[in-house]
Design a binder for this molecule. Structure first.
Ligand code: C2O
Ligand code: CU
Length: 507
């Protein structure tokens, strides 16, 4: 029986169980071979209660790891091996994805695609090496919009063999909750309005699971602040008052130390930034950290409160550049190009028309639906545009709201939208043909962001999640060195659930 004659469903099921089987079969071998070196962790996903809002409000019923929000911080040294047993104490399936960590495909935690979901009461052992030093995080990939939104996430910190010198290394897991007056989580996950607009933006922002009062600091001290945006949808633009944050890493990967544009540290969902903060305020003073990302919706995040005595009277001159991680450098001269267009959402048809009316510029993909869209996209006449918009309306009625190259995902298992030749360099040119921001995440790889709207980026930063502004074009480049089927998706979890997700294959 030839593969192409098998019904799609059977073939999909085959791919899924094959991947799950090999994961199970490989693990014991790996753990025997490396038993001595692996760091053991245990995470239990379960219901719990957390004090998110200060008294006199009550505590909040959450879903969390090991009874706390965020879950326990996993901290290892670069090069160490982690073995993490995840127990599912929830009443539904779950998985854990190690966001930004370049793990083998079978350890990536994508339900059905890389493993069978962990059912209630069962467990799964993840095992991988911490190849890159940096700030990473973990979260479920099963119904993430609700599981993450209820509190399932935690930090995964991989320390450099010789970390840069600072007085304090602090992690802020930023999150955003939609709470009722009684401090309960509002139960409107997965609603259509959030999906069509900017996602589930909440009304209570927390640092490490709590609405913060104040953070104590001392004049003269140097802090390495690791910021992790674990929110479903909120984008942060942090303003540290009179301080001058210097970004030294983005998404875990070192970057040439630089002050952020306009002084704002911008983090889309899932993104991280390591910043060096020299505490230059006066003893006894108080400085407000504000989130100014959404115009007109600025708010006070937290106050930095200076002690009455200082640590030193000059800013330290210790070096802040981080050592590079072992990432293969893409060769732009020989890179293979691919195009991706994102569209859909509220006002999507309008933006499509404005940007040329193309539903997607796929490159001769075998997927019949995608091919059809691609053909229609080549017709730039008014008739073509109207046809595309009609098509989009049609798909929206079927439940898809967001599209990658004209396809709205319905689950984690689908035909790859493109195959990347293994160990070759690739450039992916991405077009955001929507009226919304999207943090686009690729699994299994970090990539250099090489241009925005045709302009080379200043730092050619490595990222695993790139925030695209409405109508923006971004080019990324990387070597596809990690074989397997991987997700590419928007990390606004409501967008992901409403179709903004696809699979690419490295083979
Ligand atoms: Cu942070 Cu596909 O995930
Ligand atoms: Cu999005």
């Amino acid at each position: 029986m030839s593969d192409s004659r098998m019904p799609t469903l059977t073939r999909r099921a085959f791919i899924a169980s094959g991947a799950a089987l090999s994961a199970g079969a490989m693990l014991p071998l790996q753990s025997n071979a490396r038993a001595a070196g692996a760091r053991e962790f245990r995470l239990r996903a379960e219901q719990g209660r957390a004090r998110i809002v200060p008294e006199p409000y009550g505590d909040t019923s959450v879903w969390c790891y090991d009874g706390s929000v965020p879950g326990p911080e996993l901290r290892v040294k670069q090069g160490e091996r982690l073995r993490i047993t995840v127990e599912n104490g929830l009443a539904e399936d779950t998985t854990v994805h190690w966001h930004g960590v370049r793990v083998p495909n079978a350890m990536d935690g994508v339900p059905h695609l890389t493993q069978a979901p962990i059912s209630a009461g069962k467990d799964f052992v993840y095992e991988f090496d911490a190849v890159d030093a940096g700030t990473f995080w973990y979260h479920p990939h099963q119904r993430s919009f609700e599981q993450v939104g209820r509190g399932l996430y935690g930090a995964l910190i991989v320390e450099e063999p010789e970390p840069i010198r600072v007085d304090r290394d602090i992690v802020w897991v930023l999150s955003d909750w939609r709470l009722t007056e009684a401090a309960d989580i509002r139960d409107d996950f997965g609603n259509m309005h959030d999906a069509m607009h900017g996602g589930r933006v909440g009304n209570a922002v927390t640092i490490n699971g709590r609405i913060p009062e104040a953070v104590a600091v001392r004049t003269g001290e140097r802090i390495r602040l690791r910021l992790i945006n674990a929110a479903n949808a909120r984008i942060f633009g942090l303003d540290f008052g009179g301080h001058e944050p210097i970004i030294v890493a983005l998404d875990g990967q070192p970057v040439e130390p630089h002050a952020p544009d306009g002084g704002l540290v911008v983090l889309g969902p899932a993104m991280r930034a390591d910043i060096i903060l020299d505490m230059t305020g006066n003893p006894g003073s108080r400085v407000t950290v504000q989130d100014r990302f959404y115009e007109g919706l600025e708010y006070r995040l937290v106050d930095l409160v200076y002690a009455d005595t200082s640590v030193r009277d000059k800013t330290p001159d210790w070096p802040i550049a981080l050592p590079p991680n072992p990432l293969p450098e893409p060769d732009l001269a020989t890179a293979i190009r691919h195009d991706i267009t994102f569209n859909g959402g509220m006002m999507g048809a309008m933006v499509m028309q404005e940007m040329g009316g193309s539903m997607g510029e796929s490159e001769g993909s075998p997927n019949p639906t995608e091919g059809m869209m691609g053909n229609m996209g080549k017709d730039s006449s008014m008739g073509g545009m109207m046809g595309n918009m009609g098509m989009m309306m049609d798909m929206m009625h079927k439940g898809g709201i967001w599209f990658i190259n004209g396809v709205a995902a319905e689950g984690h298992v689908m035909e790859p939208m493109f195959t990347l030749a293994r160990d070759r360099s690739h450039v992916i040119a991405m077009t955001n043909a929507t009226a919304w921001h999207h943090p686009i995440h690729l699994h299994g790889h970090s990539f250099r962001v090489i241009s925005r709207n045709g302009q080379p980026t200043r730092h050619r930063e490595w990222q695993d999640t790139v925030l695209m502004a409405p109508r923006e074009k971004v080019e990324i480049a990387f070597v596809a060195d990690n074989p397997g089927d991987w997700m590419i998706h928007c990390h606004i979890l409501e967008h992901q659930a409403a179709g903004m997700m696809g699979v690419f294959r490295v083979a």
